[in-house]
Design a protein around this ligand. Structure first.
Ligand code: SER
Length: 571
């Protein structure tokens, strides 16, 4: 059975059982606390909590999807038989439609009847931390097949979630099939909501969330001992010459595949957030390319093959083929120039600790994985955590340096610097206007908007936020209208200082993914009860909104990293 037949079978199976087919969402989620989409349930979070109504949106309480996912936690393990950074997750979901019995029966029928696989054993939650053992699932499995082995595991293995800082979560049951070491299907029973401070409250709607990795499932169906021998990977692996070590071939195939999907979703290689991950994936593959002295067309052929394999399922890959190739070439040209001197320098360095590793990264762009691997014994004490801490430390030093330099020539107040008082006043008005537009957009788009950056000069404000598509003219007009209503109502802007935890509890949104000090300033626009906007921010801000004047959104555009950018002026 080829991989596309497995997809079709899965979707048909659940569609014919009352599930609405929902397309994969972007790899870049709207949840600010996670960098990537890591599970099929992420786009459905509001349906589990009751914030959105599945019946209204899909005409059904049940959904089925094949979701593009990226998990970076396994980056170091890629190259073995089963780990990947990018993978597709087959999932069926229910938001109050059905519960354990149906979910388990569907899984059993699909695995054994539709795919003809033999279940080795299943696992259920054994109970922990006051949450009882899932004896119900055990009984259901046994009623379907009394000879089935049911193992019980704790929270580590059989409890899932939440994704991000908070969200639905619950016990799970996992299916293991014969011949495959790892779990094939994870069936989660979302019964609780886990808050930021890790408190569990029962959910009103009981939800089903299942996830099955297409690559692992395909290896089971195709009777292959590992995912790289399936028809999803074999066509990529076979483009690489035999002289390359098998582990490196796997890493190249995995990393280029993830890179193609990230580029398609609008990420560009950079030193920050999603762009930083993309850069690491590409560069690690490029180091192997360089070590094996591969002619340039091989990576191009692999990228073209990835687009061919997935082009029917994800037509955007075909549509963006030129952009993907161009971005790949840009990064390759940038990196290849510095690579051989970087490797030489690495070989000269006698002990590679976090500090010297960071220098190699900063001067030559060598990614952590490469330094660790090529450095071998010399880098034995180097850890990813140590390296990341060093990188953050340098980011903070350079940020502080930039502030000082500029501050020396003008006046500094909170987060703003200006050449003179007049400019400071103009920037202060634009600063409050930024908070107002962000809050107005959140209202119009009915969701949180992770902030990705802000820049204010004397003429205009500009800010970036993560959102998967272009905003419509109507949405922009509506946001502008709401923003100006707040200005016209001349509401008060208040500043309070409080511990960071209290700020979050009081509903304040953090701006960027900054590390905040223990005490923070919180700016609230509008009355404490029913405020319009509340943000942790260094200020300064106007004291009443009418001081701003009319707000005009002048532009909305796409920027790197899957982010949107808004520009606005005040009149
Ligand atoms: N959310 C669960 C997982 O990712 C089941 O879909 O494994």
């Amino acid at each position: 059975m080829v991989h596309n037949e497995i997809r079709e079978k899965f979707l048909k199976f659940f569609e014919s059982r009352g599930h609405k087919l929902v397309p994969s969402s972007s790899l870049l989620p709207t949840d600010p606390s996670v960098l990537f989409t890591t599970a099929g349930m992420q786009q459905f979070k509001p349906y589990y909590t009751g914030q959105a109504d599945a019946q209204e949106d899909f005409g059904s309480l049940n959904a089925v999807s094949i979701q593009k996912c990226i998990r970076t936690s396994a980056i170091g393990e890629v190259g073995d038989e089963s780990h990947l950074t990018f993978f597709e997750m087959l999932g069926n979901f229910s938001f109050g439609g059905y519960w354990k019995k149906e979910a388990i029966e569907y899984a059993h029928e699909f695995i054994t009847k539709e795919l003809g696989l033999n279940i080795d054993y299943v696992s259920v939650f054994e109970g922990e931390n006051g949450i009882p053992a899932d004896t119900e699932s055990e009984k259901i499995w046994k009623s379907i097949d009394p000879t089935l082995e049911v193992r019980r595991f704790g929270r580590e293995d059989n409890f899932w979630g939440p994704t991000g800082e908070e969200g639905p979560c619950g016990p799970s049951t996992e299916v293991f099939v014969k011949g495959i070491k790892y779990e094939i299907w994870n069936i989660v029973f979302n019964e609780f909501y886990c808050s930021k401070d890790k408190k569990f409250t029962p959910l009103d709607i009981k939800g089903i969330d299942t996830g099955m990795g297409l690559e692992r499932l395909t290896s089971a169906v195709q009777n292959k001992s590992n995912i790289f021998e399936t028809d999803l990977f074999e066509p990529l692996m076979s483009l690489l010459p035999d002289l390359i070590d098998i582990r490196k071939k796997r890493v190249i195939s995995d990393h280029l595949r993830a890179a193609v999907f990230l580029l398609t979703d609008g990420v560009l290689a950079s030193n920050k957030e999603q762009g930083y991950i993309l850069r690491r994936l590409l560069r690690r593959a490029m180091v192997y390319e360089n070590q094996a002295n591969l002619p340039p067309h091989i990576f191009e052929d692999i990228i073209a093959k990835i687009i061919e394999i997935y082009g029917n399922e994800y037509s955007e890959l075909k549509a963006k083929k030129d952009e993907i190739m161009n971005s790949y070439h840009t990064e390759s040209n940038k990196f290849m120039k510095a690579l051989s001197s970087g490797i030489k320098e690495l070989q000269k360095t006698t002990v590679i600790d976090s500090e010297s590793a960071f220098k190699l990264y900063e001067s030559y762009g060598l990614p952590f994985e490469v330094i660790k691997e090529v450095g071998a014994e010399k880098a034995s004490s180097l850890t990813r955590e140590g390296f990341e801490m060093e990188r953050k430390r340098h980011q903070e030093i350079s940020r502080a340096g930039a502030e000082k330099k500029f501050g020396g020539h003008g006046i500094v107040e909170g987060d703003l610097t200006a050449a003179n008082k007049e400019e400071m006043w103009q920037k202060t008005r634009l600063h409050t206007a930024t908070h107002i537009i962000v809050a107005a957009l959140k209202k119009v788009l009915k969701q949180d908007l992770p902030q990705a950056g802000s820049d204010i000069n004397a003429e205009r404000l500009r800010f970036d936020f993560t959102f998967p598509r272009k905003l419509t003219d109507d949405e922009l007009r509506e946001a502008e209208k709401i923003a100006n209503q707040i200005v016209e109502q001349d509401v008060v802007v208040t500043k309070t200082e409080m511990p960071y935890e209290d700020a979050i509890k009081s509903g304040a949104a953090g701006f960027f993914k900054l590390k905040y000090p223990p005490m923070v300033k919180v700016f609230t626009i509008g009355p404490d009860t029913g405020y319009f906007s509340r943000e942790i921010c260094g200020g300064p801000h106007v004291s009443r909104t009418a001081e701003i004047g009319r707000i005009k959104i002048t532009k909305e555009e796409s920027v790197s990293g899957g982010n949107r950018r808004i520009r606005a002026v005040i009149e």
